[in-house]
Design a protein around this ligand. Structure first.
Ligand code: ARG
Length: 654
């Protein structure tokens, strides 16, 4: 049972007698930090007292008299100005532990309102290998699928691979003009990646060359504007002076932005110019941008040669991506890439036109939206369809195929505008009954606070990221095992593979997904802090107790032995165990797995306190020993289940 939700449910009818909108008051019912005040606290009497002009203690007393919690709480206490302190009754606590102990779901009931979710996650562009930019969508999306499934929902995971866009025009062009045949026959994916990068560098070079004069001009204009603003005499009017100062600040910010843009463009140009071969290519392929578009267009139009190349490239690209998924232990129900929707795009545009939503503008087909400055383009002047067109077709397909209640898009928050427009257009097309949600996330940063890159300034490939994490885990595992010497070298390596991948995932999931975070191998594998290593260690510790005591824990679990609660540390641990479903439901409510990592950390800490203060194997009586062993078992199972819902495995020994 989700105790917090149940308390809120019981309070809600009482609260609605005092306020038209009880929701904010309900939010004031929370778990308490300090166990001396009970387990939960309702602080809503204070604001109500203010609003109604009555002593909050009186209101608290009235509410306590009306709300019925007797089946799981002790008699509520009113403290201080009008806090209502709630303490879970021992009888309920023990009964819940009994249920959890014998239940494969640890007493977490599946939702009474199951929904169908489509989760669109990972979704890399397959013409290049996966890099650090893909880790967050992949890991968060997988965890959300597992969590929602466990909560009792129907979940369909779909990897919306970028397998049809301009990147393929790029590698086709590269293949036709720059390929190294020998390299391609031995390591095709590596060669395709090289071609992609080469073509990309040339595209950026020419785009930069074209953009630089405009940038210089814009900079000169802004500089002049800034100089004029600076030279203007200070206004005597205070408000005006304030406005002027703000204007000056804005100008400085625009100047800095423009300078930064110029620097980036200059770097891209320099990267080509300092490399003789690249510079030669740049000179001999001045029209490369158009040519790449043409290759893409030919592919889309069914050109035999390009189609045959695509057929040849795609399985290889997908295989290289699959290797990463295998390392991470991630799979999908469906992997309908963008190419799957190609035949439906014309229809999408026709529909939009028919409904009067799309119209021609400058030769392109556009949907204009009130809330957005720029329209959503669904067909370019040259007839090409876009990312957004495919996404519209994808929504239509998913609705038809699975009738979902919600579609979650686990995608970098920088695509917020794209999804804002997409959802607005979908709503206008009549998709009101589906809840479309962009589950955005921030960037992975290097120690310098900038997006994580390799020393040469490229995105860090995921395979090397995983390999490094495993290496770092190995060092930490050896350090932990140094004294105990529990593991052979072979076991250490096995454990490190699990711990390394777990560390990588956990370090990502522990963050509030919307924040950026600084990546650090040392921190993520460390035994200190809220890390996977700490959690796995806590789990292994529960298992080592059974091993040391020669306990067959499964038989004990199914025996007539009972759990009893005597010490404060036992009670605190038991209460934390009961909160598992609270944490899971929180994750499901706002699609943030960090509620679960936060919960698991608390649980592991409570377990540590319990383990320090209460003898388990050396308990005074056999009954007490069994009771404590059962608490260890529940803790271990909860940690294992929690980690599994995050896509993380445990190790039995560490
Ligand atoms: N392939 C896209 C990218 O790499 C992400 C796709 C996300 N999913 C979607 N339905 N748009 O940016």
């Amino acid at each position: 049972m989700n105790i917090l939700a149940e308390i809120k449910r019981r309070f809600s009818s009482v609260l609605s007698e005092y306020a038209d909108h009880p929701a904010p008051l309900l939010d004031m019912i929370r778990p308490v930090q300090d166990a001396r005040h009970g387990d939960y606290q309702a602080n809503c009497a204070m604001p109500l007292g203010k609003k109604l002009g009555r002593p909050p203690r009186d209101i608290a007393a009235e509410m306590v008299a009306r709300v019925d919690l007797a089946d799981f709480c002790q008699a509520p206490e009113i403290a201080g100005p009008g806090f209502i302190n709630l303490k879970i009754s021992d009888a309920f606590l023990l009964a819940s532990l009994e249920t959890a102990r014998r239940d494969a779901r640890l007493g977490v009931a599946p939702t009474a309102q199951p929904k169908t979710y489509v989760v669109d996650f990972s979704s890399p562009n397959v013409a290049k290998s996966m890099h650090v930019g893909h880790i967050r969508s992949t890991v968060i999306g997988d965890a959300l699928c597992r969590l929602l499934r466990f909560l009792g929902h129907r979940v369909i995971s779909d990897n919306h691979l970028g397998d049809w866009g301009t990147q393929f025009g790029m590698i086709i062009y590269g293949y036709k003009h720059f390929r190294d045949g020998a390299a391609y026959s031995t390591q095709p994916v590596k060669e395709l990646e090289r071609l992609y990068k080469r073509v990309n560098a040339l595209l950026e070079y020419h785009a930069g060359k074209a953009k630089l004069p405009q940038l210089e001009q814009a900079l000169a204009d802004k500089q002049a504007e800034h100089a004029a603003a600076q030279a203007a005499p200070k206004s005597d009017d205070k408000k005006q002076a304030k406005r002027d100062a703000k204007h000056l600040k804005d100008l400085e910010k625009s100047l800095a932005d423009l300078r930064k843009q110029r620097e980036v463009v200059q770097q891209k140009i320099a990267a080509v110019e300092k490399d003789d071969a690249l510079r030669q290519d740049a000179l001999s392929h001045p029209e490369i941008a158009q040519a790449v578009l043409n290759e893409t267009a030919k592919l889309h139009a069914g050109d035999a040669e390009n189609r045959q190349l695509w057929d040849e490239f795609l399985p290889q690209c997908r295989a290289s991506i699959q290797k990463i998924y295998d390392l991470l232990g991630i799979s999908f129900d469906y992997e309908y890439g963008e190419s799957f929707y190609h035949g439906r795009l014309g229809q999408v545009v026709q529909d939009l036109e028919k409904r009067g939503l799309a119209r021609q503008s400058d030769g392109a087909m556009c949907v204009f939206l009130d809330q957005f400055e720029t329209p959503m383009i669904v067909r370019k002047r040259d007839g090409a369809y876009l990312y957004a067109t495919t996404d519209l077709a994808t929504i239509a397909y998913r609705l038809e195929q699975w009738r979902p209640d919600a579609i979650l898009y686990v995608v970098d928050h920088r695509q917020g505008e794209h999804f804002g427009k997409l959802f607005a257009v979908a709503a206008q097309m009549g998709c009101e009954n589906v809840d479309l949600q962009h589950i955005g996330f921030g960037a992975v940063l290097g120690e310098d606070g900038r997006p994580l890159k390799t020393r040469s300034g490229e995105n860090v490939p995921l395979d090397s990221l995983i390999a490094h994490a495993i290496e770092a885990a190995h060092a930490e595992v050896c350090r932990i095992d140094e004294e105990a010497g529990l593991l052979s070298e072979e076991q250490r390596e096995k454990v490190s593979r699990v711990v390394g991948v777990a560390a990588l995932k956990y370090a990502d999931l522990v963050q509030n997904r919307e924040s950026d975070y600084v990546f650090s191998y040392e921190k993520m594998v460390a035994l200190r802090g809220n890390t996977a290593t700490y959690m796995q260690y806590a789990y292994a510790r529960t298992q080592s107790i059974f091993a040391r005591g020669g306990i067959d824990i499964e038989s004990l679990r199914n025996s007539a032995a009972v759990i009893s609660i005597n010490e404060p540390a036992e009670r605190a641990l038991a209460m934390e165990l009961l909160r598992f479903s609270e944490a899971l439901e929180e994750c499901g409510a706002d699609y943030r797995p960090n509620h679960l990592t936060g919960y698991l950390f608390e649980l592991a800490k409570q377990f540590s306190v319990f383990f320090e203060q209460c003898h388990v194997l050396k308990a005074e009586t056999e009954a007490l020993r069994d009771s404590r062993l059962l608490l260890c078992d529940l803790t271990g199972r909860t940690i294992r289940q929690g980690l599994e819902l995050l896509g993380i495995q445990v190790v039995e020994k560490m």
